[in-house]
Design a protein around this ligand. Structure first.
Ligand code: GAR
Length: 204
């Protein structure tokens, strides 16, 4: 498996997918190459973005499969066929089962719009506003079997302003995501991300 061969998984808008594609085109992913989009929502805008960018897409509806395991087995077969070495979750709104986790342990990363372990799960931005925190942000982490529980690779903070709405805060968080995720993907593609238990180090 090559660290530089990347599959992006997404379920929705795909703005992070687009930011990763733009980073690759700008030479900011280093050796990283986005070889595949995987989506569980064939009608989602991200599928259109992949087509426009010329990125092959695997679009599967989980409900067309008898079980989550069979759905993921089909994905794993495609990842292996394409020799994918890094799975980048970018707004992929499903938990990953051992069928995908086991062959890709330490090779699946996720981006989450909060400073984990605060506000895991759905609507992290709404949760942060509701709680009244003054600082939130973005986390990139390795994926394990839990909900946003894997080892933290990188975090960046975003201040919450008194006038913020979910929309204004989300816009600033997204902006930070578009910068941070390509940096981490480039570091992984270059073999610079080291995982030791829960500790993650990015070598210079
Ligand atoms: C991103 O903000 C990402 O952090 C979040 O979904 C959004 C996807 O936007 N992910 C999660 O909440 C994961 N728990 P996008 O489809 O425009 O990239």
């Amino acid at each position: 498996m090559q660290n530089s061969r990347i599959a992006v998984f997404a379920s929705g808008q795909g703005s992070n997918f687009a930011a990763l594609v733009a980073a690759q085109q700008a030479g900011k992913l280093g050796a990283g190459r986005i070889e595949l989009l995987v989506s569980d929502k064939p009608e989602a805008p991200v599928a259109q973005r992949a087509e426009e960018a010329g990125v092959p897409a695997l679009l599967l509806r989980p409900k067309d499969f008898a079980s989550r395991e069979l759905y993921e087995a089909e994905i794993v077969a495609e990842l292996q066929r394409r020799e994918i070495g890094l799975v980048v979750l970018a707004g992929y709104m499903r938990l990953i089962s051992p069928v995908l986790l086991e062959p890709y342990t330490g090779r699946i990363i996720n981006i989450h719009p909060s400073l984990l372990p605060a506000f895991p799960g759905k609507d992290a931005i709404g949760q942060a506003l509701e709680y009244g925190v003054k600082l939130t942000g973005v986390t990139v982490h390795f994926v394990d079997g839990g909900m946003d529980t894997g080892p933290v690779i990188a975090q960046r903070s975003v201040a919450v302003e008194a006038v913020d709405t979910a929309e204004t805060l989300a816009a600033r968080i997204h902006h930070v995501e578009y910068g941070l995720y390509p940096e981490v993907v480039a570091a992984f593609a270059a073999g610079k991300v080291e995982l030791d238990g829960r500790q993650v180090r990015i070598r210079d």
